[in-house]
Write a protein that binds this ligand. Structure first.
Ligand code: AHR
Length: 657
């Protein structure tokens, strides 16, 4: 390191001397030399390297990806009243509302909102209004599909109006009428169609009546058009952003969200399937309640929509606040629950849980390769994970020998198929960690050892690695360009070591940027009710996943500054070479590139991501400050000279002839 620094100082000094009497060279740095041997494949790149990890955090699903527009559709309340719902008394109407714990539409939803209307008439309506997830995003000429469960005290209550009302004008912009509400619980459906209007989220939803009487309500739901028109589906803009990442897998349902704060709060998949009215909802560890609208089958539908492989995390008997289930007989029901879950995902119609999936509307079994046993079980200080993992491993392998089972902490008694490792670090750390998984001796002299959390220098004979959560944490709510540089440096290491790293996923993926929407700083994609944007780190991910071969190539970099990182991969099938360059220095880095062993087209595609400062970033109001820019490079076959500007991430796609 001292020698390299000394050499750079000497070069800089000679430039200063040169500048005193002569024209300054444009490039202050001495060119580095990068030699690439396109005919020397080194190791394979996992076809599933880049994917997604999500969980219910930062209003990722409710108030985020899951397109439900009604907030608290099941009428939960606290000391302050019914959350996000308010009483409406227009003109001379008079009414009161409260939660009624004695009646509800189902066993899972045994309570409801009771509205007692003392007086109301057609011009003076009484009802309730919902403020939505920071409003209701309305667009012109759009149909919103809704439903609710209701019963009336008597048939005299008459019709019920549902309207979307502008906060700014107080006028309804779309209305539907249900002609009568029966005296038994029943689901009612409606559609609200907007006309010409300015897109806005300053709107609320009203349910009102024009007659005295009593009305009970639950599960009030409203959806905009969704991605692939799925019923109970996802927000289109967010799904499109995820699709652009070319994700190969989805790890779900967490994260801490899988575990819950307590055993009773874990993600209980059986309570997240079937009709919404049969889902009781549950508290999430991220300090808000989950509607469970994003249930097991919705996760799988999401995989289907983006052609991702599910990486199914099953609850393994440890919850965040430190409770664990003892291995042995106590754990058996949890193991059985995981077996049932796998059967729901993969089983045929002749199996008990496969038949349930068919009943829920998905006849075809899903392909499943990876099952993760728990989440971050190194937190379990009782040491029970060793035995808990073994118990799950034996039971699952006995029934599903082909499944790859992921451990979330090192295991001694059994060699796990895959080990999940998590890294949340600053950019500087990721510059150092770009060689973290390199074979001992290839880039660093440090020996392999267990450092209490992660393997330093991965053992090629050890378990495969899943970097199930990682991020450079700089910038909030979304990462700035300095973080993107840390990420990009780290990803060069992921690609170089993808013979052992089978999958990797950034976390957290999503964040609601409105006040109170974020529980965890530095999240890849931000959104409010109307719009969404990708952070610079998001575009770094898009760029890395878009230009990736299936094997790494022999190469050597000499004379570069310490903040230059690269990855070179090739695809024989596509006849392409992909060079990624990351210059985290503020200085440009000239490079003499010597591409040997392939006949290349004279021009190549160059995609660049650049910022003026590490603190520069994108935001909900400036979503496009830093985006990839595509240009062409000419005369690139064989030797060529290329300068990567300071603070830049680049991908160069070469065509083989
Ligand atoms: O990504 C945020 C949290 O970080 C995850 O829920 C947890 O697995 C990790 O500690």
């Amino acid at each position: 390191m001292f020698e390299k620094t000394f050499a750079r100082l000497a070069i800089m000094a000679s430039c200063v001397v040169a500048c005193l009497g002569f024209t300054c060279p444009i490039e202050a740095q001495q060119p580095a030399t990068l030699t690439i041997h396109a005919d020397q494949p080194v190791s394979s790149v996992s076809p599933t390297l880049y994917g997604l990890m999500t969980e219910e955090i930062n209003y990722s699903y409710d108030g985020g990806l899951y397109a439900e527009m009604v907030r608290n559709r099941t009428f939960r309340s606290d000391w302050s009243g019914v959350l996000y719902w308010y009483l409406l008394e227009n003109g001379s109407a008079a009414a009161k509302m409260e939660v009624d714990k004695t009646t509800g539409p189902s066993e899972a939803l045994p309570s409801s909102l009771r509205l007692d209307v003392e007086h109301a008439d057609t011009q003076n309506q009484a009802g309730v209004l919902n403020v939505g997830w920071w409003g209701f995003a309305l667009r012109p000429e759009t149909t919103y599909k809704g439903s609710f469960y209701a019963k009336a005290g008597s048939s005299e209550l008459g019709s019920l109006n549902v309207s979307l009302v502008s906060d700014d004008t107080g006028k309804a912009v779309a209305t539907a009428t249900i002609s009568a509400i029966g005296t038994d619980w029943k689901q009612y459906e409606f559609a609200l169609k907007t006309g010409a209007l300015q897109p806005s989220s300053n709107n609320h939803l009203v349910l009102s009546v024009g007659h005295a009487g009593t009305l009970w309500l639950n599960l009030v739901s409203l959806f905009p058009p969704t991605y692939h028109d799925r019923v109970n589906g996802n927000r289109i803009d967010l799904m499109e952003k995820l699709a652009a990442m070319h994700p190969n897998f989805l790890r779900f349902p967490g994260g801490n969200y899988l575990e819950g704060d307590h055993v009773a709060d874990r993600f209980q998949w059986k309570k997240t399937i079937g009709p919404l009215v049969d889902r009781p909802t549950h508290p999430s560890p991220w300090m808000y309640h989950s509607s469970d609208g994003m249930g097991l089958l919705e996760f799988l539908g999401w995989c289907e929509d983006l052609k991702m492989n599910p990486v199914l995390a099953v609850y393994a008997g440890y919850s965040l606040q430190g409770e664990h289930v003892n291995p042995g007989a106590d754990l058996e029901p949890y193991v059985q629950d995981a077996l049932d879950e796998i059967e729901y995902v993969t089983g045929g119609p002749d199996t008990k849980w496969g038949a349930e999936r068919v009943k829920d509307g998905h006849p075809a079994p899903f392909k499943l390769t990876y099952v993760e046993i728990g989440n971050e079980d190194w937190f379990d200080k009782s040491g029970s994970y060793e035995e808990r993992y073994a118990q799950f491993y034996k039971a699952i392998k006995a029934k599903y020998p082909d499944l790859q089972l992921i451990a979330t902490a090192p295991i001694k008694s059994i060699k796990p198929d895959v080990l999940d490792e998590h890294y949340y670090v600053r950019a500087k750390q990721n510059f150092q960690d770009a060689t973290h998984y390199d074979t001992p001796g290839s880039n660093s002299a440090s020996p392999q050892h267990w450092d209490g959390g992660h393997y330093d220098k991965a053992d090629r004979n050890g378990p495969k690695i899943f970097v199930g959560e990682w991020a450079t944490r700089e910038g909030f709510p979304t990462p700035n360009f300095g973080a993107a540089l840390g990420d990009a440096a780290w990803m060069t290491g992921l690609e170089r070591n993808s013979d052992i790293i089978v999958m990797a996923s950034y976390a957290p993926l999503l964040v609601r940027v409105d006040a109170g929407g974020m529980q965890w700083e530095t999240d890849l994609i931000g959104y409010d009710t109307m719009k969404s944007y990708g952070s610079p780190a998001y575009y770094a991910q898009v760029l890395f996943a878009s230009y990736l071969g299936d094997h790494t190539l022999g190469s050597k970099l000499e004379g570069a500054g310490p903040k230059l990182f690269y990855s070179i991969t090739g695809s024989a099938e596509k006849k392409k070479l992909y060079l990624k360059l990351v210059n985290a220095s503020t200085d440009p880095q000239p490079i003499d590139i010597d591409l040997q062993g392939a006949k290349l087209a004279a021009s190549a595609k160059l995609v660049s991501l650049h910022a003026n400062d590490t603190q520069e970033t994108n935001s909900i109001d400036s979503p496009q400050r830093i985006v990839p820019v595509e240009t062409a490079l000419h005369n690139v076959s064989g030797h060529f000279h290329h300068t990567i500007p300071g603070l830049s991430i680049q991908a160069i796609e070469f065509d083989e002839q």
